[in-house]
Design a protein around this ligand. Structure first.
Ligand code: MN3
Length: 196
């Protein structure tokens, strides 16, 4: 059974950058629906799996309905942890050096990440990933697709489905992405993933 985790902070603690109303809909309704749908498919088809990551990987080529819901479950578990109250700023130094090494500057990374999210046509995600060669890059994926199925490690991801920003930013997706990078990112979590 897949379970919906609690948010790691209070629903009103990311305001004004992400409102209580957005988190209530996004976590309690949208994320929960992925969990309910995935569990139903797993139960109806007697699917066995070791862990969520292998479920995502194995369903990618074999069961689109299960993949969509399991991948979105994984994406959202990570997404909640990639934010924190009073986020942004202060990047742990080892990670900051690597970002500067691979992008040229933090500002270049920031611009690339925002551009990736802004230009993802329709629903999807933008990511900071570590490739098999250890190099960091920015990517974007449609719908529930994520770095797991591309053999990359996701260090940071931002949900650009409209349900993630429409209550707070209406159609201004780039404003949401700027607020995410500047005021919401939990860089300690990103550094933890980078080091692991
Ligand atoms: Mn979402």
């Amino acid at each position: 059974m897949l379970n919906l985790p609690e948010l790691p902070y209070a629903y009103d603690s990311l305001a004004p950058y992400m409102s209580k109303e957005t988190l209530e809909f996004h976590h309690d309704k949208h994320h929960n629906t992925y969990v309910v749908n995935a569990n139903k498919i797993i139960e109806d088809n007697n699917i066995n799996y070791d862990n969520l990551e292998s479920l995502v990987k194995n369903s990618h080529s074999s069961n689109q309905g299960l993949f969509n819901n399991a991948a979105q479950h994984w994406n959202h578990i990570e997404f909640w942890q990639w934010m924190k109250p009073n986020g942004g700023g202060n990047i742990p130094s080892e990670l900051e050096s690597k970002i500067v090494e691979d992008f040229g500057s933090f500002d270049k990374f920031r611009a690339d990440f925002i551009a990736a999210g802004a230009t993802q046509f329709g629903s999807g995600w933008c990511w900071l990933v570590k490739g098999a060669d250890g190099k960091l890059s920015v990517t974007k994926t449609p719908n529930g697709e994520n770095p797991i199925v591309h053999g990359q490690k996701a260090l940071l991801g931002c949900d650009v489905w409209e349900h993630s920003y429409y209550i707070d930013y209406r159609n201004a997706r780039p404003k949401y992405l700027e607020a995410f990078i500047d005021n919401l990112v939990n860089w300690e979590r990103v550094a933890e993933l980078f080091g692991s």
